[in-house]
Design a protein around this ligand. Structure first.
Ligand code: PLP
Length: 397
């Protein structure tokens, strides 16, 4: 469990600040606040880590994706290239926003590849919703190039990659806008929460207005100002923001600890013939929330996963069989099972989702094992984990 591994007095202090004032709403109520503006503070902390000019806190990583879509002006009937390996929220965000997802191949970066994107571009393609999976950046040089060549709008779902960089630039800042998740499973948690970032003031204003019924938030009295656009309620409460403040301050130290543990485990895994690692376009910028490695075949990986489970080795993810992260299990998406009529029902799906031809992706995810990296291991715990892991894998390989 990342974020909450390092949960303690700092989070409690920030929460108590809010409980003592009773100002749970992020706008107004200056007279009871005692100077506390936790959502704003959370945004400042996110700006410090990412270097973003603008950050806006919302209720989840999923609603951050919705704000990014709105800010990019992507909606009704627009074709958006998406990865088949991501948390389902990415695809839901595109569909609920009125977009039509077009699945493209990923590669061993675990993210959409420039080649994969290029292959599915048609005259109808409007945008790419890039996901930086498992804590590290995609191939930004290649992807920026293909977006430029084809005039595609780049949006980033960096839900899993807060604290990750590519050549010194934070993920989330390459396209029009990007979103991070601060749910319970991320490097830092707000309990539930998300933050959208951009370097463009106009884009920021759309996101902050869209997330609060279109209020422009100009002047001190929210509620009496103008509504330049339509929006809805994706606001973050001050209580969640308070946890986010304390957690975000811990990210650099947590990331260092994870990086050290990851490097050690990678060196130990290298002892095993046939084990290879995810491709990192910038290894130095990895947030190190996961250690991702491959065996030579899907069959071998499945045997290794079964062995690890039998031996009680924790923190193992096999996404190929996971219900939430891989297209093979997304029957509801393939069958367009939504409770109401969406743009995709009106226009029809741009691909036959039941007959997608993604051999590279199937091969990559079939062979992949991801270990959730700890920040809190002692030297002895790390050693014990590594020994158990290696011994278990060696029984198969
Ligand atoms: C890539 C990605 N996008 C979006 C989300 C959604 O975030 P949340 O759970 O905060 O809504 C997640 C959550 O796991 C994610 O991994």
């Amino acid at each position: 469990m990342p974020g909450t591994e390092w949960y303690g007095a700092e989070e409690r202090k920030e929460i108590m600040d809010v409980l003592e004032t009773g100002a749970f709403f992020r706008y107004n109520h200056e007279h009871i606040r005692n100077g506390m503006w936790k959502a704003k503070e959370f945004e400042e902390e996110v700006k410090k880590i990412t270097g973003a000019k603008y950050a806006h806190a919302v209720s989840s990583g999923s609603t951050a994706v919705a704000c990014v879509m709105a800010a990019a002006g992507i909606g009704f009937g627009d074709e958006v290239i998406v990865p088949p390996f991501t948390y389902i929220a990415t695809i839901e965000g595109v569909l609920i926003g009125g977009g039509l997802p077009v699945f493209a191949e990923i590669d061993e970066t675990l993210c959409l590849s420039a080649e994969g994107i290029r292959k599915v571009i048609t005259p109808k393609t409007k945008a790419v919703m890039l996901v930086h999976m498992c804590g590290a950046a995609a191939d930004m040089d290649g992807i920026m190039q293909v977006c430029k060549e084809h005039n595609l709008v780049l949006m980033e779902d960096a839900g899993q990659a807060f604290g990750a960089f590519h050549k010194g630039k934070s993920v989330g800042l390459f396209g029009v806008a990007g979103g991070y998740s601060f749910d319970f499973f991320k490097i830092a948690t707000a309990g539930e929460g998300g933050v959208c970032v951009t370097n463009d003031e106009k884009v920021y204003n759309i996101m902050q207005q869209f997330s609060d019924h279109g209020h422009d938030h100009i002047g001190s009295n929210r509620g009496m100002e103008q509504h330049p656009i339509l929006g809805t309620n994706f606001r973050l409460s001050e209580l969640h923001a308070a946890i986010g403040v304390a957690q975000t301050r811990k990210v650099p130290a947590m990331r260092d600890a994870k990086r050290a543990n990851k490097k050690y485990l990678m060196s130990r895994l290298s002892e095993i013939p046939g084990i290879t690692f995810r491709t990192y376009p910038d290894f130095e910028g990895d947030s190190a929330t996961f250690l991702d490695f491959f065996t030579p075949s899907t069959e071998t990986t499945q045997k290794v996963v079964d062995q690890l489970a039998a031996d009680g080795v924790p923190f193992i993810n096999y996404w190929f069989k996971n219900m939430y992260h891989f297209i093979n299990q997304w029957d509801h998406i393939k069958n367009l099972s939504s409770p109401y009529k969406m743009a995709i029902h009106h226009f029809g799906a741009p691909q036959d989702y039941n007959k997608l031809d993604l051999p590279k992706t199937q091969n990559v995810i079939g062979r992949l094992i991801s270990i959730g990296m700890r920040a809190s291991w002692t030297e002895a715990e790390r050693l014990a984990y590594a020994d158990k892991l290696i011994e278990s894998i060696k029984k198969v390989i």
